[in-house]
Design a binder for this molecule. Structure first.
Ligand code: SF4
Length: 356
């Protein structure tokens, strides 16, 4: 029995290690030249501020298993079902043909990469993950136009590499975080909540205050969704220990000032007052969108759900199963979720693959 996993992120690696622990040979297909692209630049993880490097090293070690093969620079662009006779089977919604007689013939998955190479597997797990929302699409927020406006992904790198001084050439007096950029947003078409950006903003605000205690830190939010264990405590700690200030309101516009700072126009929705503020850095908490790979695989197998994420049979008891036999999905290719949830979901997917 051959197992294939598309995507060598945390979910893909975790699932591969569970399958290998059960004696299964697994091939991981990764389009990047190295694994764990989305967490490689993270500084610390919420809610316990564990260094992200520790997780990267642990997951990296799991790859050092003789039953696991990783093919890098290998982008799977198409998945189809092939009968073991070599005849392409008409399966589900696939636009392929097969003789009626071959319905009873066992089949396997054919994976085709961007260079046209093909691979075969009996069971396939999709862990193609997410991509951060492109902040250029919110042009009123000035990203890519004015200095001092960055995404939360860039902020994570700044914290990790302590780059504040390089970015603005002086210690920042003020840093403002803006929640819900590209999520819960009519204009970008993403009505869903990305689930992790609230807690990430609180985490980054605390990290900034640890590095730069004299910097004023504000967080503009619509709602604060501190849903996980330890998140609410972090939120309290950010105010009581670190003096982070929270403003319920939306920023409608950001622009540059003559001295290289950022001016924001906002509304304090608790006070019902418009306000203006000048800041050295504006951090846009960008949400999660389905990655290109997720959309591609979703379309190629007709398992594309809302907003381009992978659709599973049932969110309660069969959340790793797709409408196709022997095709599974795990992690953020299904919907926004935290790193912890993604890894746990991958374990569940691996067990589902072993079960059936
Ligand atoms: S997690 Fe918070 S910031 Fe992110 S979309 Fe949901 S409410 Fe907005």
């Amino acid at each position: 029995m051959k197992y294939a996993i598309i995507g060598a992120g945390p979910a893909g690696i975790e699932a591969a290690s569970v399958l290998a622990a059960h004696g299964k040979e697994v091939t991981l297909f990764e389009k990047a030249p190295s694994p764990l692209k989305n967490i490689a630049d993270k500084a610390f993880l919420f809610p316990n501020f564990a260094p992200a490097d520790e997780m990267v090293q642990t997951l990296d070690k799991k790859l050092q298993n003789e039953l696991i093969t990783v093919l890098y620079d290998t982008e799977i662009t198409d998945l189809s079902r092939v009968a073991l006779t070599g005849t392409v089977e008409s399966y589900g919604d696939y636009a392929a043909t097969m003789p009626q007689s071959s319905f009873a013939i066992p089949s396997e998955w054919k994976l085709t990469d961007a260079k046209g190479h093909t691979y075969f597997a009996n069971k396939v797990l999709v862990t193609t993950g997410y991509t951060p929302f492109d902040a250029h699409r919110k042009e009123e927020l000035g990203y890519g136009i004015y200095k001092g406006i960055h995404t939360s992904i860039e902020m994570e790198k700044m914290i990790r590499h302590k780059l504040f001084f390089l970015m603005i050439r002086r210690p920042p007096r003020r840093i403002v975080f803006l929640q819900c950029v590209g999520s819960r947003d009519e204009k970008s078409g993403n009505h869903y909540c990305s689930k992790v950006c609230c807690v990430t903003a609180v985490k980054q605000a605390i990290e900034v205050k640890k590095l730069l205690p004299n910097t004023d830190v504000f967080v503009f939010y619509m709602d604060l969704r501190m849903w996980g264990q330890g998140f609410e405590e972090m939120y309290r700690q950010s105010q009581e220990t670190y003096g982070v200030r929270f403003v319920r309101g939306r920023i409608s516009e950001a622009s540059g000032t003559f001295d290289g700072r950022v001016q924001i126009k906002a509304e304090d929705t608790l006070m019902g007052l418009p306000m203006k503020m000048t800041t050295d850095l504006l951090v846009l908490m960008v949400g999660m969108e389905a990655s290109e790979g997720t959309r591609q695989i979703g379309h190629s197998c007709n398992i594309c759900g809302d907003y381009g994420f992978i659709h599973t049979i049932d969110p309660h008891l069969q959340d790793n199963l797709t409408s196709h036999k022997d095709l599974y999905a795990a992690g953020t290719c299904k919907r926004p979720m935290s790193l912890t949830d993604s890894v746990n979901d991958a374990r569940a997917a691996a067990l589902a693959m072993l079960d059936s």
